[in-house]
Structures are given as C-alpha cells and as structure tokens.
Design a protein around this ligand. Sequence first.
Ligand code: SF4
Length: 395
Amino acid sequence: GQCTLVCPVGALIEAPHWHEVLRTLDAHRRVSVVQVAPATRIAISEEFGLESGTVSTGRLINALRLLGFDYVFDTNFAADLTIMEEGTELLSRLEAGTELPLFTSCCPGWVNWVELNRPDLLPHLSTTKSPQQMHGAIAKRGRFARSLGPDFADGKAEPYVVSVMPCTAKKDEAQRPGVSGDVDHVLTTRELARMIRSRGIPFGALSEDGQFDSPLGESTGAAQIFGASGGVMEAMVRTAAHFKGVEHDLPLEWEALRGVREGVKTATIPGVGTVAVCNGIASAQRMLEDETWREDYVAIEVMACVGGCLGGGGEPKSMDPQILQKRAKAIYSVDAKAPRRRSYENADVQALYASELGAPNSPTAHHLLHTHYAARHSKRSLLMRFLDCVDRRDG
Ligand code: SF4
C-alpha cells in the first residue's frame, strides 16, 4: 500500500508521485527537467546514513542523472530571480507608500493560511511567484524550452518538469490557479530517497562532483539560504541594499535574522526600514494579535515550518533534537563558500533579463513570474456560516 503523511502546517496529505515520475522517465517520450530545492540537498544525506548536516549537492545531481532526468537544474536559480522581482516590488511599494509591509509569498503553507484565515492581508502578500513555480515557468516557456526543438519553439511541446521539495504543501501549490502547469510533479525529499533506493543507486558512495546544467542551474549563496528561516529576508536585504546604493556600508551577513529561536527576528536596514522574520506559523499568528506590525516593519518573511524549509514536512524524520541547527549550519556554510553571494550577481539571471524579461517587474516578468491570491473558505468556516444562518432563521 501507499503511505501518506500529514503536513504539519496545512493538514495536506502527501500523495506520493514517485512511481508516476519513474514511469514517465522510463518511457523516454518527453524531454525531462528536474529542479531541486536548497533544503533537499542537505537533508537527503540523512536518508542514506551520512552525517546530519552533510551537503550532498553533487551526489544528488549524479543520482538524478542516474534516474534518467535529461536536465538537472537548481531551484536556487529561481530563488535569485525571486529576489530580483520581490526586492523590486518592495522598493516600488516603499516609493508609493502602499500595501506595506510586504509579506513574502514563497511559502504555500503561509499563503494558504492567509487565504483561509486573514484574506484582509492578501494585498500585503508579494505577487512574486515562489522559486518552484518561477523555475517551472521559465523551464517550460522560456528560451531554454524553445531551444529544445521546433515543436518546443512553436509552443506545441513542453518539457516534463519535476521539482524536489522539502515540503508537502508544494504539491498543492503546483495546482494553484494562476500557476498550475508550471510544474508537472512535485516530489518530497523523502519520496526522492525512496525512488533512489528503488533503483539500487548507492547514494552515499556517489561522487560529490555532479554539476547542475546551464543556464537554469547557476545560483548565488543568497539563494541557498532560502532553505533556512530568515534566509529569504537576508537575501532580499542584500539585493535591496544594492538597489539603494548602500550595500558597501552594510554587512553581508545578518545574524539578527538567522536562527531557530522563537519570536519575531528583526533588523533595521538604513534607507529601507525595519524587516521582520516569523519563524513558524505560530510566530506569525502571535505577531498579528495586535496591530503594531503595520507600523513597525516594511517587510515580513513568514515560513510556516519552524526553522524554515529545512524543517519542512517532506524532509526526513529525525529524532535528533539538534537536527534543525545542523541542517541550518550546512546551509549557511554553502553560502559562506559561494563565489557570489548576492542574487543580482547571478550572471544567468542577468542574461535572462537582458535577453527575455527586460527589467524586474516588467510586463513580461509580470506575465511569467507573478501570480494572484484570493480569499478561500475552509469547510469549517462554511459550516460555521451555515450554522449561523440556521441559528438566525430559527431565532
Ligand atoms: Fe513548505 Fe518551506 Fe513553507 Fe514549510 S516553510 S510549508 S517546507 S515552503
């Protein structure tokens, strides 16, 4: 039988898709593309007996090639792109003085929560798509796809796009109105581990020399830290400081935004304002209890899982009480060693703007890389409204 697991934030069921993905790869009928999230390349090590906190990027790339993917790309490429779009969006809102503070929108657990519980906050959500969806949109409909052959150039064919995420809610995100079709199948880190085992691939013994394909595989250290609580905001601060021309007066690393601690983490960026990070959905709920957040902050990151994506519902289970810290340390070590650590320095992202998108937030960028949100009603809220009506009629 198939096992199902419940997401800690959205009560979403993890519907396994890995059998279907393997069948599609084995059939060799479509050009296949896979993208991997930053948190996956760390935690997958634990599934194969490697020490917690081992970075397995190269091994993971080699395993994905052995599974039969034609192109192995990096979700981090799209994380850099997200920062270009979201950072620009923040600065435009600051200029206009509207819809502030800006809430990040790359976590579908948080987006679902807002749509269900606080639709009044929807205008504050960044319209920027998440890195998973951006990557899918670019891989399917950008210059890379058109280069695959005449049918792709005419829009008659699309590559088969799979993403590997630390998250069960990302499966739901891929089906959202406005973004569905960007990604065909979403696998969790655990599902990918099962897939690798099913093919007898000796993951732990693979070499760490695997390299992502170009051009959707290049990324900076800023993208890698998306996998940890505070990482999206730190990445945004690095690039927003550049846009404002103050980056050389400011630190690159923002310790105040890092870590798995409780409560709201904050940092003040000269020329921009104070930004905040809610580590876990409960922390955001507490922050929203009073109205001070409206005045205190210009931008707020919310990741539904404690620790951020490295603590996601699709990551391997662990009994180690220090597991989140170990995974986070590994994520920040990748950033520290990266040759480029600010998203705007990603040469392939720059090339994408030059050749296809124009500028961040341009009409083309909006068409491919932005989305919208809408209030939704949970079964519980519909039931409460029904009971309320019955109650009033009876009264
Ligand atoms: Fe998914 Fe990351 Fe959000 Fe958790 S924090 S729900 S893993 S996107």
